[in-house]
Design a protein around this ligand. Structure first.
Ligand code: FES
Length: 164
């Protein structure tokens, strides 16, 4: 169950909207932020608040790259798979990242730290090739910069979670 305070806040926003379904993405984001991903139960909670069916939300959630229907790692890496980024790199940034982390597209590393997802465009085209990590943009990427970023994130993860 969502905390009462969050439920109330979302219900107030929904009540103020001309059509509750306009807030479907916002509500799913808020629910996802609380749980870490949108489980079936979380999707039902969101659907009840919005007065929509779980299937209607499922259709949106599976269309939108930034809503996660499965558990994700501490860092979710959206690697741009868009045209501009493809024009601005030699070889595949995506392949390099997956190889480096030992995962395929859509997978999470065995230690649960990284999830790698291809995304059509991450809105950072002027820094192509680019990626977002938990919403923070990085680019232009090279194998060397990817190594540095992953190292920094691993250190950050260790400081936050493991080594305390
Ligand atoms: S095409 Fe890669 S950020 Fe836009």
């Amino acid at each position: 169950m969502l905390p009462e305070e969050l439920q109330e806040r979302l219900q107030q926003k929904i009540a103020a909207a001309p059509r509750p379904r306009e807030l479907a993405i916002d509500v799913m984001f808020a629910v996802q932020t609380h749980y870490g991903f949108l489980s079936d139960a979380a999707l039902v909670e969101a659907a009840v608040m919005l007065g929509m069916t779980p299937l209607e939300l499922e259709e949106l959630a599976t269309f939108y790259d930034f809503l996660y229907r499965q558990p994700v790692g501490r860092f979710v890496i959206h690697v741009c798979d868009g045209v501009v980024c493809w024009m601005f790199h030699e070889g595949s940034v995506f392949d390099y990242l997956c190889q480096k982390l030992g995962v395929c597209a859509g997978q999470t590393t065995a230690d649960g730290v990284f999830t790698v997802l291809p995304t059509a465009c991450v809105g950072f085209c002027d820094h192509a090739p680019a990626m977002l990590v938990n919403g923070v943009p990085y680019g232009p990427l090279t194998p060397e910069s990817i190594d540095r970023i992953l190292e920094k994130l691993r250190t950050e993860y260790c400081d936050l979670v493991v080594c305390r």
